[in-house]
Design a protein around this ligand. Structure first.
Ligand code: ZN
Length: 229
């Protein structure tokens, strides 16, 4: 638990200078009343309340709800970082605008010499430079510009419904990767930009998804079924 800080709009300090009455009540002569210009000074300051991690929480009355124990986090090993625990994530988002997709998952005619005839990912075409975000909370397990055919790419491991799932984002622009190995990311966090690095015939995001067995599955169907917004 991190430290929660609450800030509330706080005390208002009001100082008013009362204008001096310039005309004496006992004056017999009629003359113009002159008041010193009114000057109001309002100063505001905020108040903050810090709650330490040690704060005790009052027990919650759970009588009206069915309570399930949270599943244990998935432990994963990240090269150079060691063991990381993947907390379960409920939120899934599209990694890019999904309205233009040029190549789906599965058998295809190879689009270039040396390109695979079985497409193990999904190709999205949101345009060169479009931001790519992590599709769920997770931990970055790869962030490299030396990905061979994949070019500059990022892999993120997720715990989704207690299942270890990895998403891989390939052909990013050189210099655009904004995360590093071992870093925790949230769904929707920027990780890079759409490019055409590696074995690619034009700017696109090649997205691969696979489970603990490493077997690629159809990420498009999976996202269509699981994106929560
Ligand atoms: Zn592809």
């Amino acid at each position: 638990m991190s430290i929660a800080a609450m800030s509330i709009a706080g005390g208002m300090l009001l100082a008013t200078s009362v204008p001096a009455l310039a005309v004496n009540a006992t004056d017999t002569e009629v003359r113009a009343s002159v008041y010193a210009p009114a000057q109001d000074v309002v100063s505001q300051r905020s108040q903050s309340l810090e709650v330490s991690a040690e704060a005790t929480l009052e027990p919650i009355d759970v009588g009206e709800w069915d309570v399930e124990a949270a599943p244990p986090p998935i432990e994963s090993s990240v090269a150079g970082v060691g063991e990381v625990s993947l907390l379960e994530t409920p939120r899934i988002v599209w990694p890019v605008d999904p309205s233009r997709i040029s190549d789906g998952f599965g058998p295809r005619s190879a689009p270039c010499a040396g390109c695979s005839s079985v497409h193990d990912g999904i190709d999205f075409n949101p345009g060169a430079g479009a931001p790519i975000v992590s599709l769920a909370d997770g931990v970055v397990i790869t962030a490299t510009e030396a990905g061979g055919g994949l070019g500059a790419y990022v892999e993120v491991q997720h715990n989704i419904d207690g299942v270890l799932i990895t998403s891989l984002y390939a052909h990013m622009q050189y210099g655009s990767i904004s995360v590093s190995t071992g870093q925790r990311v949230s769904a929707g966090d920027l990780i890079g930009a759409v490019g055409s690095t590696g074995q690619s015939t034009g700017a696109h995001l090649h997205l691969e998804m696979y489970g603990a067995d490493g077997v690629r599955f159809d990420g498009l169907s999976w996202l269509q079924a699981n994106v929560t917004g």
